[in-house]
Design a protein around this ligand. Structure first.
Ligand code: SF4
Ligand code: SF4
Ligand code: SF4
Length: 148
């Protein structure tokens, strides 16, 4: 389960969050939902995070803290899995077409279909490529956990 952006780390979020639901109401794309237990979570199947910060602004108990507007919202990055159609030899470039920062590009492959090239440094972790993928091949993963 992915906490909302700027959630205080470790156990601090659960300690601070009152489950009031104000962040859910504040989120313009309505990607925040109440998870089991009532804590807010991000559901990328509903859309992408614009990083507007409205959820953090609405959080009176400060379970979401954006004191520094330049603070990273989270450590998420997109991860393209084995179900990717292009990797299975079927033409598809949907993720590359929807990524607003061109963090997924397609490299022509001689005698085959173009293959996705992922730029982790360029990925903002917005989640916008997850829902449009026709194969459900994209997941949002913690970049630190991915590197170990
Ligand atoms: S930053 Fe904005 S779009 Fe992202 S979860 Fe918060 S309110 Fe929603
Ligand atoms: S606004 Fe803050 S306290 Fe209320 S549910 Fe959201 S994260 Fe929890
Ligand atoms: S998560 Fe957002 S920035 Fe990253 S590859 Fe997907 S659409 Fe692009």
């Amino acid at each position: 389960m992915q906490r909302p952006p700027w959630a205080v780390p470790d156990g601090g979020f659960e300690d601070a969050c009152t489950r009031c639901g104000d962040c859910l109401k504040a989120c313009p794309p309505a990607i925040l939902v109440a998870s089991a237990g009532g804590y807010p979570a991000v559901d990328f199947s509903r859309g992408e995070c614009s990083f507007c910060g409205d959820c953090a602004s609405a959080c009176k108990p400060r379970a979401l803290r954006r004191d520094d507007v330049a603070a990273a919202p989270w450590r998420l990055k997109a991860a393209i899995g084995d179900a990717c159609l292009a990797r299975r030899g079927v033409e598809c470039r949907v993720c590359g077409e929807v990524c607003g920062v061109a963090a997924i590009r397609f490299r022509p492959s001689l005698g085959g279909v173009a293959q996705p090239l992922f730029d982790a440094a360029g990925c903002t972790g917005c989640g916008g490529c997850l829902a449009p993928c026709p194969a459900g091949a994209i997941a949002m993963k913690d970049e630190v956990e991915m590197s170990v």
